[in-house]
Write a protein that binds this ligand. Structure first.
Ligand code: SF4
Ligand code: F3S
Length: 105
């Protein structure tokens, strides 16, 4: 499966949702997640994200933290299929790392 990771937090460009053939993105206040059981591993969303937040779960997630987070919140947050504007202050967070610890609630 593919997963959404730290770079998405407080940027939320939502370009990803427009290309997913199975509409498996879910929206929280500060980030999106992918439902790992619905994702068909097509990979088309990965290059769409301007901040490279989308990755295969086999990459950059050695302890499974991001996969677990995507699985958990995809069950709770509402589905999103239409692109919307990013948060007004998204530029402040584009290059920041470790956003999960700072901003995720
Ligand atoms: Fe959707 Fe394909 Fe991305 Fe999975 S890899 S979330 S199916 S676009
Ligand atoms: Fe997030 Fe990138 Fe999609 S910032 S909302 S994963 S396009």
């Amino acid at each position: 499966t593919y997963i959404v990771t730290d770079a998405c937090i407080r940027c939320k460009f939502t370009d990803c949702v427009e290309v997913c053939p199975v509409d498996c993105f879910y929206e929280g206040e500060n980030m999106l997640v992918i439902h790992p059981d619905e994702c068909i591993d097509c990979g088309v969303c990965e290059p769409e994200c301007p901040v490279e937040a989308i990755k295969p779960d086999t990459e950059d997630d050695p302890d499974g933290k991001w996969l677990a987070l995507n699985s958990k919140y995809a069950e709770v947050w509402p589905n999103i299929t239409v692109k919307k504007d990013p948060p007004p202050d998204y530029q402040k967070f584009e290059t920041e790392t470790g956003k999960l610890e700072k901003y995720f609630s």
